[in-house]
Design a protein around this ligand. Structure first.
Ligand code: XIL
Length: 483
């Protein structure tokens, strides 16, 4: 619901529209493959959430116009990270001139899907505007503190975590000689964390790096830094392990034990940028190896209580950063360029506890959901639209679906088309919503997956209308028409 004033509500015209429709399976065209039909798969985030973790993806502003892409981004993941739009070159391209439009777009997308945001990143040697790198040494600290204060204040209360400092170490465990290190020594890290805490007291504050996933000199350096910051009482809440892996380099050594030693310092740990690249072309053998890497990462995180979640660095090869940076490499993500699930998806799904049907095996992972059809369903769509001006307003929709068949429905998807001019304004309650154009897909959450025989379940959402208000004309439950 929009944050309309009370006045807007007092002028609204209140209509209650009730539409009940009943359908018998006999009334619809034959449905193929009923014998192999099964419940809708839970999402990766639902599986992770059942184990107390999130499962997320990076995303980037240019991709957000791709509605097939955003439908999966919005439904499959519980957390998103802006791949670029909170970096220094975007947020403060010239000194003391701040630009938040792109970052705000990612935050608002996250809100509309009930996702948390890992904000990335405040202090990093890359994607740093040249005005920072050319500052006199004596001005770097003030510029860094101002940047952190402005950006973290802008997003205060809206983000779950900040990667305050990114990639502070060289491969051998020495500190990277960035403009920040050159000006302040390693103390820039504590200074940055303190400034971030002052600006946003609620975000979890992280240091994030790559090639620290397994034990080794670089991970040891991070461990020593984390211990020393904790001992000094510096506000540090977690360590991010990027997880940019490559099958030709082997799986990180002792990943679980490495995560655990950081957790034992009293810190959260997170896998923040997971991808597993390969030398192209992709083939079944490489896919299988890649799948074991994804499985191993999920297992390591699940085994460490303080591992809060896993973020993949975008979910589809269509938008992976890998090919543009690592020449000849790619195919690093669990969904391919056509947004089809790969074996790596199945590996993650299984490692998170998902059950893959063996009755309809598919080489590319679990087949697209073919939920068990009910033999009859009834939908009551009850909407309360109001008017805020000529031909515009909002509405609250409550939907009750009744399973009129003699057997329970286990896992459900309700599909309908919003009349033109209508949009969802937030992701609603008691269901996960995916929107593509006017097409809306509402999927059960884990706690309301089963609709008993002759039982019903209710869910809803808020929306906007323009033109004149009408309710959706037709509904399908698990692909069976309910009218
Ligand atoms: C990458 C982005 O994905 C690319 O779009 C951009 O061109 C370069 O940066 N480690 C990090 C991320 O912390 O910020 C990087 O993101 C990938 C490596």
């Amino acid at each position: 619901m929009s944050s309309s004033s009370a006045g807007a509500f007092s002028t609204r015209t209140r209509l209650i529209l009730i539409m009940g429709v009943t359908a018998a399976l006999a009334a619809v065209s034959p449905i193929a493959g009923l014998s192999t039909a099964r419940a809708a798969d839970p999402t990766l985030h639902q599986l992770a959430a059942a184990k107390g973790k999130y499962f997320g993806s990076a995303t980037d502003n240019p991709e957000l116009t791709d509605t097939a892409y955003t439908a999966i981004l919005g439904s499959e993941f519980g957390q998103i990270t802006p791949g670029n739009s909170m970096k220094w070159d975007t947020t403060e391209p010239t000194r003391n001139t701040f630009a938040f439009t792109k970052g705000d777009a990612v935050v608002s997308l996250a809100k509309s899907h009930n996702q948390i945001v890992r904000a990335h990143t405040l202090v990093w040697h890359n994607q740093l505007p040249s005005w920072v790198s050319s500052l006199p040494t004596t001005e770097v600290q003030a510029a860094m503190e101002n940047h952190i204060t402005q950006v973290a204040t802008h997003y205060a209360g809206q983000v779950y975590a900040w990667d305050v400092v990114n990639e502070p170490f060289n491969e051998d465990g020495t500190f990277r000689t960035s403009v920040f290190y050159n000006a302040m020594g390693s103390g820039y890290i504590a200074t940055a964390l303190r400034a971030a805490r002052a600006a946003d007291p609620t975000a979890k504050l992280y240091i994030n790096d790559y090639n620290t996933d397994g034990t080794g000199a670089k991970a040891d350096a991070m461990y020593n830094l984390a211990s020393s910051l904790k001992a000094q009482g510096v506000p540090l809440d977690g360590i991010g392990f990027q997880g940019h892996l490559a099958i030709q380099y082997g799986f990180p050594t002792n990943m679980q034990a490495n995560l655990q030693r950081f957790a034992d310092l009293g810190l959260d740990v997170a896998i923040t940028e997971l991808d597993v690249r390969m030398i192209l072309p992709r083939d079944a053998t490489k896919d299988a190896t890649q799948s074991t890497y994804y499985t191993n990462v999920v297992n390591a995180c699940l085994a460490v209580n303080r591992c809060v979640g896993i973020t993949i660095w975008d979910y589809t090869d269509k938008y992976s950063w890998v090919p543009s940076v690592f020449s000849g490499q790619g195919a690093a993500l669990p969904w391919d360029e056509n947004l089809a699930k790969k074996p790596a998806y199945t590996a993650i799904f299984k490692a998170l506890g998902g059950i893959v049907s063996t009755s309809s095996p598919s080489p590319s992972g679990p087949s697209p959901s073919t939920p068990a059809p009910p033999t009859g369903c009834k939908v009551v769509y009850s909407a309360s639209p109001w008017t805020e001006g000529t031909g515009v307003g909002g509405f609250t929709a409550n939907i009750t679906v009744t399973n009129t068949s003699a057997t329970p429905v286990s896992g459900w998807t309700l599909r309908f088309s919003l009349p033109s001019g209508q949009t969802l304004t937030q992701s609603g309650w008691n269901a996960t919503y995916a929107v593509s154009g006017q097409a809306v897909t509402a999927t059960n959450l884990s706690y309301n997956a089963t609709i008993p025989a002759n039982g019903s379940t209710s869910f809803g959402f808020n929306g906007r209308w323009s033109g004149s208000y009408s309710s959706p004309a037709a509904f399908t439950l698990n692909n069976v028409t309910c009218s």
